[in-house]
Design a protein around this ligand. Structure first.
Ligand code: ADP
Length: 342
């Protein structure tokens, strides 16, 4: 077997990039500065040459008659000293510019590269988190299949159970890839937005209808006002947004609990609030719940509620694309209220 090593991609080094950018800043600033210095030197030097050629004419009358005597107007040493002083001053000015441009260039390069560095770091973390989430169901499936293949006495019901479990993992993988696709679509701005006026009441009813299996399994009561409310925005992404929020309200409610959905139009805005009396969110988790892959400790470990921590990141992106805002008020075991204003 021949193994070939792929050439490794050059490591993105921001310190190196910062130094390179600083050198480019310096190169541009110093080229301009040296050109100006050269122009100043040439101008003043030609004036000095002119002064050097100037002479004083003196008329001397003596016994032999009148004589004209020429003496230089400026002593040659004075001109030389002025020329040396000019060169020294220009050198000091350029040295000062080199130092100032170097320091400010380095700071500026850092500031220019910072957002790119943060973005690259975020992308790396995202790829690592996504790979981890994808690997978990794959590993579970692989192990089950390997064990089943070694089992020579496997019965038909056992085989069916294995297939059922594999199907569950496949469904999980499908839902994760759908989340990832949605997230990348909204965050890259590639999603096509069709803004229109539509009945929000109708859309919220559709969402509740779609979530009916979860709602009935947990015996949740969803209360919604009957009044007609309109919204202006992209219908399909807003359906996704309210599906995420109502699904979460049901998911994190205690069995038999109530979810209250309210919608209203106020000052050209549409306000929707989704309230539940469920497990709520700890104050320490609240600032992070909109981060990608973030799941509160209670949902991950104690309650074992399924999820990937991507729903609220998608919800936030949709709200931002509508130039709206999403707020949350929550307290542990007292429930949560998510309010969307678009
Ligand atoms: P997921 O629900 O798949 O974990 P989300 O991004 O939708 O991911 O939510 C992130 C976290 O915020 C959840 O893990 C949960 O801890 C918390 N959360 C969201 N909505 C609610 C809610 N209505 N009640 C309590 N906790 C919530």
């Amino acid at each position: 077997m021949i193994t070939t090593r792929l050439p490794s991609l050059p490591e993105v080094s921001f310190t190196k990039a910062r130094i390179k950018l600083t050198i480019w800043y310096l190169f541009i600033v110093m080229s301009v500065s040296l050109l100006f210095s050269l122009a100043i030197f040439t101008g003043i030097n030609s004036e000095l040459d002119h002064f050097q050629s100037m002479s004083v004419v003196r008329r001397e009358v003596d016994f032999f008659g009148t004589r004209i005597q020429r003496t230089p107007a400026f002593a040659p040493e004075t001109i030389t000293r002025s020329r040396q002083k000019l060169v020294a001053t220009l050198f000091l000015i350029n040295l000062g510019i080199l130092f100032t441009a170097g320091v400010s260039g380095f700071i500026l390069a850092g500031k220019t590269l910072k957002p790119i560095e943060t973005m690259v770091e975020e992308q790396k973390r995202f790829v690592a988190d996504a790979s981890h989430e994808l690997r978990t169901p794959l590993t579970a499936m692989k192990t089950e299949i390997e064990v089943a293949l070694l089992d020579k006495k496997m019965t038909l019901p056992q085989a069916k159970n294995l297939l059922k479990s594999n199907l569950e993992e496949t469904n999980r993988l499908e839902s994760l890839s759908n989340y990832l696709l949605s997230l990348s679509r909204y965050q890259s701005g590639q999603s096509q937005f069709i803004r229109e006026k539509f009945s929000l009441t109708e859309l919220l009813n559709e969402v509740v209808e779609k979530l009916n299996p979860q709602i009935t399994t947990k015996k949740i009561i969803v209360s919604m006002e009957k009044k007609e409310v309109e919204a202006y925005g992209d219908r399909s992404s807003l359906r996704e947004l309210f599906t995420i929020l109502i699904d979460n309200a049901v998911k994190y409610s205690f069995a038999g609990g109530e979810v209250i959905v309210k919608a209203s139009n106020k000052n050209n805005h549409t306000i929707v609030s989704i309230a539940d009396h469920g497990m709520g969110i700890n104050a320490a988790d609240l600032p992070h719940i909109f981060d990608r892959f973030y799941r509160a400790e209670t949902s991950r470990n104690k309650t074992k509620i399924e999820g990937y921590g991507l729903g609220l990141s998608i919800a936030k992106s949709i709200v931002e694309l509508h130039k709206g805002k999403i707020d949350v008020k929550s307290a542990p075991n007292a429930g949560s209220v998510f309010t969307v204003t678009i």
